[in-house]
Write a protein that binds this ligand. Structure first.
Ligand code: GDP
Ligand code: IMO
Ligand code: MG
Length: 430
C-alpha cells in the first residue's frame, strides 16, 4: 500500500496533528519528514492534551511506529524531554526510530537564530528561535552534525572542534558573545547517547520495508505550504520544504510511493510571525477577535497570538496544485458558528484595480493586494456534536461545498471540535 501525506495548506497550525492522530489509527508507520521543534501539534484524547513538537502524532497508538526522518532537524535534548513526557503519561515510546542522517540542532544554532532576529530589528521574520534556519543552513553548507555522528565520539569531537573554530569567531567577533567550549558541548551531547542510541536507525529502509509489505505509511507534515522555503512567502518562511513533495527528500521515497495527499485547511486563516497575509483581520476587528478567542489562536509552541483572517481560497487552490492534494480536511468549522455571515476570498485586486485569480509570485504585489470576497450565510448554531453530514446545518454544508466546488478537490473530513472523535467523515458523492 502506498504512502499518505498530511500537509498544511496555509501558514501552519491548521490542525495537522489532530488529523494525523485521527488517520494514524490504521497506519503502521507515522513519519515526520521536515522541520523540527518549531512545530507544535496538539492532540486531544478525552481529558488528555498532548502537545508534540518532534515526536510524530501517530505515537499515541501502540501499534504505530513513529519515525523521525532524515529531513527533520533534531535537538536531542528536546527529543528526550518529549519522550520522557510521553512515557510519564503512559505512552510507550521505545518503538520510535530516529534517522541517523537527521541533522542536529546545536546551541549555537539557537543562539544565531535569536541574534539574527535581533539584528533584523523591525524586519525580523518572527521565527520560533529554535535554531531551525541556522541548522538547515549548516546542512546546506555541509558543516552540519548528524545524529549518526554521536555514535562515533572521536569523530563527533573532531567535527565539533572544527565547526566551533568558525562559529566561535562569528559569535565573539561579529556578535560580541561568549565562545562555546568544544569539550563541554561534546560532553553534553555525548552524555545523551545511551538514551538515543537504541532509537537510531536506517529510517529509509524501515519506510520501504513497510511499503513493500503493503502497510500504510503516514507522513506528517509540519509547518505548511506558505511557510515552504521555495513556495511560501519568502523570506517569511521556514527553512524546510513542508509541501508534499518534501516527503521524497525528507523521508527517502519516490513520488510514486505517495498516493494519498490530505491537505489540512482551517475554516479560516491564521499566521504566526511576520509576512504578507491578504485576508488578515487586524487588531481590534470584531471578527478577528472572535476567531482568536473561540479558536484559542495562541501558538502551541511559543504562546504567541496568531494573526487571524478569513479563508483564502486563492491560496488554497494554489496549495492544492503545489501538493497535488487528493482530498481536503477542514478543521475548526465550529469556531465560525456565531457569525451571521462568512467571507471567503475568491480573487485579489491590486491598487490599479487589476484582478488576480491566482497567487501573484511577486512579493511586492502580494504584500499590497486586497482580497475580493464572496459572502456566504452563517448557520448561527453550535455544531460541535455533529457526527454525520446530515447533522450539520445546511449553511455549514454549503460553506464546505463552496470550498469543494471552488478548488475542485473533495473535502473528505470536517472537524467540529478539537477532540479525536469530533470528526465528520464526508464520503465522496458518486
Ligand atoms: P498543527 O500545528 O497543524 O498540528 O495545529 P495546532 O495543534 O498547532 O493548532 C490547532 C489547534 O486547534 C489546537 O489547539 C487544536 O486542539 C485545535 N483544534 C483542532 N481541530 C479543531 C476543531 O475542529 N475545532 C476546534 N475548536 N479546535 C480544533
Ligand atoms: P506547525 O507544525 C505556525 C513560522 C514562525 C515564523 C516562520 C519561521 O505547528 O504548524 P522558524 O522557527 O521555522 O524559522 O520560523 O515560520 N512557523 C510556524 N508557524 N506553525 C508552525 O508549525 C510553525 N513553524 C514555524 O512563526 O513565522
Ligand atoms: Mg502548530
Amino acid at each position: 500500500m502506498p504512502g499518505s501525506v498530511i500537509v498544511g495548506t496555509q501558514w501552519g497550525d491548521e490542525g495537522k496533528g489532530r488529523f494525523t492522530d485521527y488517520l494514524a489509527k490504521e497506519a503502521s508507520l507515522c513519519v515526520r519528514y521536515q522541520g523540527g521543534h518549531n512545530a507544535g501539534h496538539t492532540i486531544i484524547v478525552g481529558e488528555e492534551v498532548f502537545k508534540l513538537q518532534l515526536v510524530p502524532s501517530g505515537a499515541l497508538y501502540p501499534w504505530v511506529i513513529p519515525v523521525i526522518g532524515n529531513g527533520v532537524v533534531v535537538d536531542p535534548a528536546v527529543l528526550i524531554k518529549e519522550l520522557d513526557m510521553l512515557e510519564g503519561r503512559g505512552v510507550d515510546t521505545r518503538r520510535l526510530r530516529l534517522s541517523g542522517n537527521a541533522h542536529m540542532i546545536m546551541p549555537y544554532h539557537q543562539e544565531m537564530d535569536a541574534l539574527t532576529e535581533r539584528y533584523l530589528g523591525k524586519n525580523k521574520l518572527g521565527t520560533t528561535k529554535r535554531g531551525i534556519g541556522p541548522t538547515y543552513a549548516d546542512k546546506a553548507l555541509r558543516v552540519g552534525l548528524r545524529i549518526q555522528d554521536l555514535l562515533d565520539p572521536k569523530i563527533f569531537r573532531e567535527k565539533l572542534d572544527l565547526v566551533l573554530r568558525e562559529k566561535n569567531q562569528v559569535l565573539t567577533r561579529v556578535y560580541n558573545r561568549l565562545p562555546i567550549d568544544p569539550k563541554d558541548l561534546a560532553d553534553r551531547y555525548l552524555s545523551m547517547v545511551p538514551r538515543l542510541a537504541p532509537m537510531i536507525d536506517d529510517t529509509v529502509h524501515i519506510v520501504h520495508e513497510a511499503l513493500d509489505a503493503q502497510q500504510w505509511v503516514l507522513f506528517e507534515g509540519a509547518q505548511a505550504t506558505y511557510l515552504d522555503l521555495d513556495h511560501g512567502t519568502y523570506p517569511f518562511v521556514t527553512s524546510s520544504n513542508p509541501i508534499a513533495g518534501g516527503v521524497c527528500a525528507g523521508a527517502g521515497v519516490g513520488p510514486r510511493d505517495i498516493a494519498r495527499i490530505v491537505g489540512v485547511v482551517k475554516a479560516y486563516t491564521t499566521r504566526v510571525g511576520s509576512g504578507p497575509f491578504p485576508t488578515e483581520l487586524f487588531e481590534g476587528d470584531v471578527v478577528g477577535d472572535l476567531l482568536v478567542d473561540r479558536g484559542r489562536e495562541f501558538g502551541t509552541n511559543t504562546g504567541r497570538k496568531r494573526r487571524p483572517g478569513w479563508l483564502d481560497l486563492v491560496m488554497l487552490r494554489h496549495a492544492n496544485r503545489l501538493n497535488s492534494s487528493t482530498e481536503l480536511a477542514i478543521t475548526k468549522l465550529d469556531v465560525l458558528s456565531p457569525l451571521d455571515e462568512l467571507k471567503v476570498c475568491v480573487a485579489y485586486e491590486d491598487d490599479t484595480g487589476k484582478r488576480y485569480d491566482h497567487v501573484p509570485y511577486h512579493q511586492s504585489i502580494l504584500h499590497k493586494v486586497k482580497p475580493i470576497y464572496e459572502t456566504l450565510p452563517g448557520w448561527g448554531s453550535e455544531i460541535e456534536t455533529a457526527e454525520r453530514r446530515e447533522d450539520l446545518p445546511s449553511q455549514a454544508r454549503d460553506y464546505v461545498q463552496f470550498i469543494e466546488d471552488f478548488t475542485g478537490v473533495h473535502v473528505s473530513f470536517v472537524s467540529v471540535g478539537p477532540e479525536r472523535d469530533q470528526t465528520v467523515v464526508l464520503p465522496k458523492k458518486s
